[in-house]
Design a protein around this ligand. Structure first.
Ligand code: C2O
Ligand code: CU
Length: 577
C-alpha cells in the first residue's frame, strides 16, 4: 500500500503554521480506566497547560481534564457516587444509556455544590462506546468545553465472542475529538464560532504509537458543535464495526465516516498494511462536508449557498489531522483479520406502530430575521425548552415513528435519551449502512426529512421526564430541547398520540386571512407553514391564540398550510382570491 499525505492535508498543515499556531507533536493522552460495580467520580476544578506559558483553568472528573474511561459489563448493577466539588451545580448524564429517568442525569438531577448523587442501575445496553457529560440547564456547553466528558465502554458476551481488539490502550484506543476556542489569555471560550484548536483526549496535535496489526479506535465527537468527516491521510479503507448503540451486522469497509457531536464510531484499522516506522494520520476531510454542516466551508443550502451571519473559522472546509499514528512492532497474539460478520441486526419493523410524532427544527425569524436561520435561537416545533413543561407523553411500550424536519440552514444532530433508535429513511431513502445500526444521535441536514423508529420500553415515571435535543451544545442550552414522559397507562392518561387530529380551515376561498379550528384542542402548540404550489415555504410562524393567520400578502392562487402540532402534522389546501 502506498503511503503519502494528500495535498489538501499538507495545505492544512501549512495554513496552521500561517495562523501562527505552533504544533509540536505530543504523545496522545490515554485516560485511565475505572471498573467494578461501585464507581466514584468527583467533579472538580483543575488547570492544564495547553500552550507554553499559559495556565488554562479546566474542569475534570477525578482529575484536571476529561474523566476516566468507565468499563462496564452488560447485566451488572452499578452504583456511581458522583461528588460535585465545583462551586456551581452540575449533572452527569450517561449518554446512550437505557436507564430510569431519575438515574439519567438530565437537567432535573442537579448535583448541588458539595453534594453527592448516587444513582444505581443495571447496565442494559449492548456492548459499544458511550459517554458521560454534564447536562445542567443552560450549562452544558460551558461545562463540557471546560473538560467534563468521559468515555464509557460496555462489554457483553456477544461482543466477546468475536476476535476483535479489546485491550484498552494497547490495541483498543479511545479518541475523544474536541475542537476548542481559546481567548487571548488561552482560557477556554464558548459560543465564539472560533473553535480553531483541535484536541484529542485533551492533547493538541497528538501522535500515537500503534502495533502493526488490526487496531480498534473508539471515536467520540465530544465537541460543542463541529462535525468531522473521518478518513486516513492516504485515503486507505478502514472498517466501521459499531455505531452509537452496538455492533453493526457486519464490518463496513469505507474510507469516510461522518461524525456529528455526540455520535460514536468504532473503527478497525489494519496497520499490518504499513511497515514499522511508517506514519499515517487520521484526518477530518472537512473540505468534503456538504454545506449546511458546521465544519464545512460554509453553511447554507445548495440553492442558498452562504447564510447571512455565517462565521468563517480556520478549521472550516479544510482537511486537518486528528492523530498521527506511528506504526510499531506487533504485540503477542495480535488480531490480524477483520471479522466477516457479526450477529444480524434486525431493524424494528413498522407494523403495529402506536404513534407518529413530528418534530420541526425552525428558527424564530419573526424576532431575529433571516440571520436566525444560521445563528438561532433554534427551537423544536417552535416551543423553547422549559424545565416545567412536558412536551410529549408516551405510554410505556409504545412503538413510535418520529419524523424530523429541518427548515434552518444548519444541520442539527438530534439526540434522544432513554432509548436507541433505527433510522428508517432520510428523504424517503433507506439510510446508508453507517446509520443502519442502533443510534442515539443522528444529524438532520437543512431541508431533510428523517424518520426513525423506536420503542419506549422498561421505564415509566409519571413525573420525571427524559430529554430530546440538538447535540450542538449551544443550541441545546438555548432551548432546542424538549422533554417527554414515559408513563404506565395503567395509572396515567396518555397524551393525544394520534396523527389524525381534527382541524378545519375557513373561509376557503379566503382573501385576507384564514382561520384554523381545532375544536376543543389547544391552539397554542401549533406551528404553521404556508407553502406555495411548488412546496416552497413562504410563511412560518406559531399560530396565534385566536387561530387566525393573515394572508393578505399572498398573490392569488392555491396554497398549502402545513400544521406541525403537538400531536402530528397535517396539510390542508386553500385558495387565495
Ligand atoms: Cu449527550 Cu442529552 O446528551
Ligand atoms: Cu442545533
Amino acid at each position: 500500500m502506498k503511503i503519502n499525505l494528500v495535498p489538501t492535508f499538507l495545505a492544512a498543515a501549512i495554513s496552521f503554521a500561517a495562523a501562527g499556531i505552533s504544533y509540536g507533536q505530543n504523545p496522545l493522552f490515554i485516560p485511565d480506566t475505572l471498573s467494578g460495580t461501585t464507581i466514584g467520580l468527583t467533579v472538580q476544578t483543575g488547570s492544564k497547560t495547553f500552550f507554553p506559558g499559559f495556565t488554562t483553568p479546566t474542569f475534570g472528573y477525578n482529575g484536571d481534564f476529561l474523566g476516566p474511561t468507565l468499563l462496564m459489563n452488560k447485566g451488572d448493577s452499578v452504583t456511581l457516587n458522583v461528588t460535585n466539588s465545583l462551586n456551581t451545580s452540575t449533572t452527569v448524564h450517561w449518554h446512550g444509556f437505557h436507564v430510569a429517568p431519575e438515574n439519567d442525569g438530565g437537567p432535573h438531577q442537579a448535583i448541588l455544590p458539595g453534594t453527592t448523587w448516587s444513582p444505581s442501575f443495571k447496565i442494559r445496553n449492548e456492548a459499544a462506546t458511550y459517554w458521560y457529560h454534564p447536562h445542567g440547564e443552560g450549562k452544558t456547553e460551558i461545562q463540557v468545553s471546560k473538560g467534563l466528558a468521559g468515555l464509557i465502554i460496555i462489554r457483553d458476551s456477544a461482543e466477546a465472542s468475536y476476535a476483535l481488539p479489546r485491550t484498552y490502550g494497547v490495541d483498543d484506543f479511545p479518541l475523544i475529538l474536541q475542537s476548542k476556542a481559546f481567548d487571548v489569555l488561552q482560557q477556554i471560550a464558548i459560543a465564539t464560532h472560533e473553535d480553531s484548536i483541535m484536541i484529542v483526549n485533551g492533547t493538541i496535535d497528538p501522535t500515537l504509537e500503534v502495533p502493526k496489526q488490526v487496531v480498534r479506535l473508539r471515536v467520540l465527537n465530544g465537541s460543542a458543535d463541529r462535525t468531522y468527516y473521518l478518513g486516513m491521510s492516504d485515503n486507505s479503507d478502514f472498517h466501521l464495526i459499531a455505531s452509537d448503540g452496538g455492533l453493526l451486522s457486519q464490518p463496513i469497509q469505507t474510507n469516510r465516516v461522518r461524525l456529528s457531536t455526540g455520535e460514536r464510531a468504532e473503527m478497525l484499522i489494519d496497520f499490518n498494511a504499513y511497515s514499522v516506522g511508517q506514519s499515517v494520520n487520521l484526518v477530518s476531510y472537512s473540505s468534503e462536508l456538504p454545506r449546511g454542516i458546521i465544519g464545512a466551508d460554509s453553511v447554507g443550502t445548495v440553492t442558498n449557498p452562504i447564510g447571512e451571519g455565517y462565521y468563517s473559522n480556520p478549521l472550516n472546509g479544510l482537511d486537518f489531522s486528528l492523530v498521527r499514528f506511528d506504526v510499531a512492532v506487533a504485540t503477542n497474539n495480535p488480531v490480524v483479520a477483520i471479522p466477516s460478520s457479526f450477529a444480524p441486526l434486525i431493524p424494528m419493523d413498522t407494523l403495529a406502530v402506536n404513534a407518529h410524532r413530528y418534530l420541526h427544527f425552525g428558527a424564530d425569524t419573526t424576532q431575529f430575521g433571516e440571520v436566525a436561520l444560521v445563528d438561532g435561537p433554534f427551537h423544536m416545533n417552535n416551543d423553547p425548552f422549559e424545565m416545567d413543561s412536558i412536551n410529549i407523553t408516551i405510554p410505556l411500550n409504545n412503538k413510535e415513528i418520529w419524523t424530523l424536519t429541518n427548515s434552518t440552514k444548519v444541520a442539527h444532530p438530534f439526540h434522544i435519551h432513554d432509548i436507541q433508535f433505527f433510522v428508517l429513511d432520510i428523504n424517503g431513502t433507506p439510510p446508508p449502512p453507517q446509520y443502519a445500526g442502533l443510534k442515539d444521535v443522528i444529524l438532520v441536514k437543512p431541508d431533510d426529512t428523517l424518520r426513525f423508529i423506536t420503542q419506549f420500553v422498561t421505564f415509566a415515571d409519571d413525573s420525571v421526564p427524559y430529554m430530546y435535543h440538538c447535540h450542538l451544545l449551544h443550541h441545546e442550552d438555548d432551548g432546542m430541547m424538549g422533554q417527554f414522559l414515559v408513563v404506565n397507562t395503567a395509572t396515567s392518561v396518555p397524551g393525544n398520540t394520534t396523527n389524525d387530529f381534527a382541524v378545519s380551515l375557513y373561509p376557503n376561498p379566503a382573501s385576507d386571512h384564514i382561520s384554523l379550528d381545532f375544536g376543543d384542542r389547544p391552539v397554542s402548540q401549533n406551528y404553521l407553514e404556508i407553502l406555495d404550489a411548488y412546496g416552497r415555504v413562504l410563511i412560518e410562524q406559531r399560530l396565534a391564540p385566536d387561530g387566525k393567520l393573515k394572508i393578505e400578502g399572498l398573490v392569488a392562487g392555491f396554497y398549502f398550510v402545513r400544521i406541525n402540532g403537538r400531536d402530528g402534522i397535517k396539510t390542508l389546501k386553500f385558495l387565495k382570491q
